[in-house]
Design a protein around this ligand. Structure first.
Ligand SMILES: NC(=O)c1ccc[n+]([C@@H]2O[C@H](COP(=O)([O-])OP(=O)(O)OC[C@H]3O[C@@H](n4cnc5c(N)ncnc54)[C@H](O)[C@@H]3O)[C@@H](O)[C@H]2O)c1
Length: 308
């Protein structure tokens, strides 16, 4: 399994580290336009191999796509992150051009690649890759829901004062401060609905804290977060590499599912060797349906800013 990560910045490097540490890929290539950055990060990470006990070979390259040839999976993290006070949507002007160019270059050298889109605004960048590359729809996956769900589980475990391993839950909808739909009704602690332990008011706070999870960290860090985003992407890469058929909420191109069409938005999906193998349609209640509809309207508005 050969994995390419475009963007050797905070998220790209974190993703490379988690993929390497999990030791399921034979090769990871990191590519960046900044001279020497990817080579430096790759060398630094390779020097952790004997310490962390992995055999994955990590190479870095400054914008030479021939090094990425025959990648099975490529992760796009190139582009600018938000600064405190910015929304993800404000990044579209710069990131759309980068994502379009990067995905075309990747496919030139790896025609059978599965692309995981991370750059923001992620749902719209995923839609852009669908509209401009001609890759089959199972081979384009947007990463947002895996991260948002991890943040949801963190907030739930905090409210419940329990280990995160006790908690299960999922966030669907758009990957934005207003678009996320944390499914509190379906969240559980060891199969018991969390509503058995937490008041509606406390659950609303968990939801609100989850939705601004990225903004909270951006304010603290001065730039957007990287550990949890990198770990979330590595989970998707591993599910493909190891054909796990694992369910993650991912940004998928919808054609009627959830009553939505012609947009990419976070829905539960089965991830395995063929990429996004199946969209899972779960029964939502009327409130959740209304929230998803509103979230989709927001994503479509941002999609409307693309020059396709
Ligand atoms: N989907 C998510 O859940 C999620 C989570 C966190 C961050 N993000 C997004 O991921 C992106 C990266 O964030 P970051 O914190 O790693 O930013 P960063 O600035 O640390 O890294 C971005 C890297 O991309 C490189 N780059 C820019 N243009 C390029 C090109 N044409 N080809 C190759 N490399 C190029 C830059 O040189 C830089 O090293 C941002 O858009 C951010 O908003 C998404």
């Amino acid at each position: 399994m050969k994995v390419t990560i475009v963007g050797a910045g905070a998220v790209g490097a974190s993703c490379a580290e988690y993929v390497a540490i999990k030791d399921f890929a034979s090769e990871v290539v990191i590519l960046d336009i900044k001279d020497g950055l990817a080579e430096g990060k790759a060398m630094d990470l390779m020097q952790t191999a004997s310490l962390n006990g992995f055999d994955t070979k990590i190479k870095g390259t400054t914008n030479d796509y021939s090094t990425t040839a025959n990648s099975d999976v490529a992760v796009i993290t190139s582009g600018i992150p938000r600064k405190p006070g910015m929304t993800r949507e404000e990044l579209i002007g710069i990131n759309a051009g980068i994502v379009k160019e990067v995905s075309a270059n990747l496919i030139k050298h790896s025609p059978n690649v599965t692309i995981i889109v991370v750059s923001n605004p992620m749902d719209t960048m995923t839609y852009l890759v669908h509209k401009t590359t001609g890759l089959p729809k199972n081979k384009i996956i947007g990463m947002g829901g895996a991260l948002d769900s991890a943040r949801f589980k963190y907030r739930l475990s905090e409210a419940l004062d329990c280990p995160t391993s006790d908690v299960d839950g999922m966030v669907i909808g758009g990957h934005s401060d207003t678009g996320m739909v944390p499914l509190t009704r379906l969240a559980t602690r060891n199969s018991v609905p969390v509503s058995a332990f937490l008041s509606e008011e406390r659950l609303n706070k968990v939801s609100e804290d989850t939705k601004v999870g990225g903004a909270t960290l951006t304010k603290l860090l001065g730039t957007s977060a990287w550990y949890a985003p990198g770990a979330a992407v590595s989970g998707l890469v591993q599910a493909i590499a190891c054909d796990q058929k694992k369910m993650f909420p991912c940004s998928a191109m919808l054609e009627g599912e959830y009553g939505l069409n012609d947009l990419c938005i976070g829905v539960p999906a089965i991830i395995g060797k063929d990429g996004l193998e199946k969209i899972v349609e779960i029964e939502l209640d009327d409130k959740e349906k209304a929230k998803i509809k509103e979230s989709a309207e927001g994503v479509k508005k941002t999609n409307g800013l693309l020059e396709l």
